[in-house]
Design a protein. Structure first.
Length: 242
């Protein structure tokens, strides 16, 4: 199946305001190095040879800023469409799906504040989704899990065998993810990620190993970690060039 090299459409979600960042600037527009976090994320998808088009979901009030200060940093001939987000992330993803003009068979959904996604991870999700219908990135749980009850008292230690932490990208057959969102909306179901909407339909979702560097930037501590990751990445690339 991989030999067919499926193309995909991408929905990049960056419609949140980032309350936990405690910043007047939305987290997706904060500088990481010398450019906004969102621009770094978009650069990876824009450069990917199997991403045919991109729908960028942001608050409509931020369209002008994106056109002036984000999109010019992304060198691409691919169509990049701005779409207004909704009240919640799930609403925003659905807005993005609905606004794709001529979607590919596979659609990749990704958080705009995960700038360290790699081309290899995107390709892996596309390939597995083309094979199975749905695939997400994730990492196996590495720390001890505790179930906590009233008064912050530990109820039990939960086995981490078979427990993974979900990430994005998450890739799906376009028709499947559309049906999943429509059913969730009709049922009033709010999921914590896109895959959960597919799972509740009884459809199995594959998972491939992502990266612990593929962090989601939501707090000041995350931004500090991202700056260190970027520095390490730059140092590694400089050493490789020598």
């Amino acid at each position: 199946m991989n030999a067919t090299r499926h193309m995909a459409s991408a929905v990049i979600v960056a419609a949140g305001r980032g309350v936990r960042m405690c910043s007047p600037v939305a987290k997706q527009f904060l500088a990481l190095g010398d450019i906004p976090v969102l621009a770094r994320t978009l650069q990876v998808f824009a450069a990917h040879p199997r991403i045919a088009d991109i729908c960028l979901v942001v608050p409509d009030a931020d369209f002008a800023f994106c056109r002036q200060s984000v999109l010019p940093l992304v060198q691409t001939q691919k169509p990049v469409k701005l779409t207004a987000g909704g009240a919640k992330r799930q609403d925003s993803v659905q807005c993005g799906l609905n606004s794709l003009d001529r979607p590919e068979k596979i659609v990749v959904i990704h958080d705009g504040v995960r700038p360290f996604v790699t081309a290899e991870l995107i390709s892996g999700c596309i390939d597995k989704a083309a094979e199975t219908g749905a695939c997400i990135a994730g990492i196996p749980a590495a720390e001890t899990l505790k179930q906590v009850g009233a008064g912050n008292m530990i109820v039990q230690t939960v086995s981490r065998d078979g427990i993974w932490l979900a990430q994005t990208p998450q890739a799906f057959d376009f028709g499947l993810i559309q049906r999943a969102f429509e059913k969730a909306g009709a049922d009033g179901f709010l999921g914590t990620d896109d895959a959960s909407l597919v799972e509740r339909m009884g459809v199995s979702v594959a998972i491939i190993e992502g990266s612990r560097s593929n962090i989601k930037i939501t707090t000041p501590a995350d931004l500090e970690m991202a700056a260190r990751l970027l520095q390490n990445q730059s140092t590694s690339e400089a050493d490789h060039e020598q």
